[in-house]
Design a protein around this ligand. Structure first.
Ligand code: NAD
Ligand code: SER
Length: 331
């Protein structure tokens, strides 16, 4: 059984990936690391092992890896696209120095590494539809610059040092357990959450910008499938394209209206529109499908139904409705 370290473990992806890794390997085998302790879940303090550390601190990372005898790292700590444009120096620092430390320590300790890239590596000169695996990469954001630089760094460590580092270019991820953290595609989660609460929504992107998106269960399954794959089968060592869904804000609003008939969405695009305008609408993921069996399962309809159901349940639990219905006094 591997001892696993997940950096950025409190985030949108980390919080769900840790749950699945703990189911697979046992809770004590999965060490979470983030800037702050995780929030208590349902009033219960979250379970150890957890380490408070900044991934820019190489010595702190080295101590954690040595102390827990780590064998595998999922390095998720990062600033995302919108926050990165607000704080470009910090985005470069966290995203690049964190990755460099992880790769150096992984080399030193012979660890396997997963590191996510993003559709943000693409830009205005990239073919926008069915974007090829290998194509023009001209990111327009600091986030995208760090992701493309990180891809090249991962590929370099693989070619030069034989480090087993694997990567996916995640599209916009949609999930209900932990709120997204400063990305351009966050609008989708925001819209679904408002609809589930019976509220209207003002979208920070215009209605027609189609982007590649993915439901979190597919993202987690794909991440684990890539990490489980036979190393010899992997032909891509910068980062794999992984497609799943492609929809615009208006198309998501229409899918929601099928289940929440009174839902209304208006549009007030802000500076995040410029970011979205330079990203693809869909990606060609032939290599991921052929090399390690990438096969996402969730359609826009399935994702919408599942999200609304979970978000409504969360709202009901927050209000105590769930407990009353289960037979508490006065119910
Ligand atoms: P998130 O913002 O939800 O979580 C990131 C976590 O990293 C946070 O908990 C934050 O506290 C932590 N962190 C930030 N700086 C840190 C530091 N210096 N040291 C330690 N921890 C630090 O992000 P996420 O959505 O979970 O994304 C995880 C990874 O996946 C990132 O690399 C991101 O670029 C990538 N990705 C995410 C998406 C998406 O739609 N969520 C899409 C493409 C790629
Ligand atoms: N969802 C991410 C973002 O919007 C894409 O990397 O930043």
């Amino acid at each position: 059984m591997s001892r696993i370290l997940v950096t950025g473990a409190n985030g949108q992806i980390g919080s769900e990936l840790v749950e699945v890794l703990r189911e697979r390997h046992g809770p004590s085998q999965v060490v979470r690391l983030d800037l702050k302790p995780p929030p208590a879940a349902n009033g219960r303090p979250s379970s150890p092992p957890f380490e408070v550390a900044d991934v820019r601190n190489r010595d702190a990372l080295a101590d954690v890896i040595a102390h827990y005898e780590i064998e595998e790292i999922y390095h998720l700590a990062s600033l995302l696209s919108a926050t990165g444009e607000q704080h470009p120096d910090r985005a470069w620092d966290v995203n690049m120095s964190g990755l460099k430390h992880v790769l150096d320590l992984a080399r030193e300790h012979d660890l396997q590494v997963f590191w996510p890239s993003s559709i943000a590596v693409f830009g205005p000169s990239t073919p926008r539809h069915n974007t090829p695996q290998s194509t023009v990469l001209d990111p327009t954001t600091m986030y995208g610059v760090t992701k493309r630089s990180g891809e090249l760094l991962c590929q370099y460590y693989y070619r030069r040092h034989g480090l087993d580092v694997r990567s996916l270019r995640y599209p916009g991820l949609v999930s209900h357990k932990t709120a997204p953290g400063g990305g351009t595609t966050d609008y989708a989660v925001d819209m679904l959450a408002r609809a589930a609460a019976g509220e209207e929504y003002t979208c920070f992107l215009g209605p027609d910008v189609r982007l590649p998106m993915m439901y979190m269960p597919d993202a987690i399954a794909g991440t684990l499938a890539l990490m489980d794959a036979d190393a010899g089968a992997l032909s891509v060592r910068d980062s794999y394209n992984a497609g799943a869904l492609s929809f615009s804000p208006a198309e998501l609003a229409a899918a929601i209206q099928e289940h929440v008939p009174g839902f209304t969405c208006t549009y007030a695009p802000d500076e995040r529109q410029r970011i979205a305008d330079n990203w693809p609408a869909s990606v060609d993921d032939t290599a991921a499908r052929a090399d390690w069996g990438w096969a996402p399962e969730h359609s826009l309809e399935a994702m919408t139904v599942d999200m609304l159901s979970h978000l409504r349940e969360g709202t009901r639990e927050q209000r105590g409705v769930g407990r009353e219905e289960q037979g508490s006094p006065g119910a």
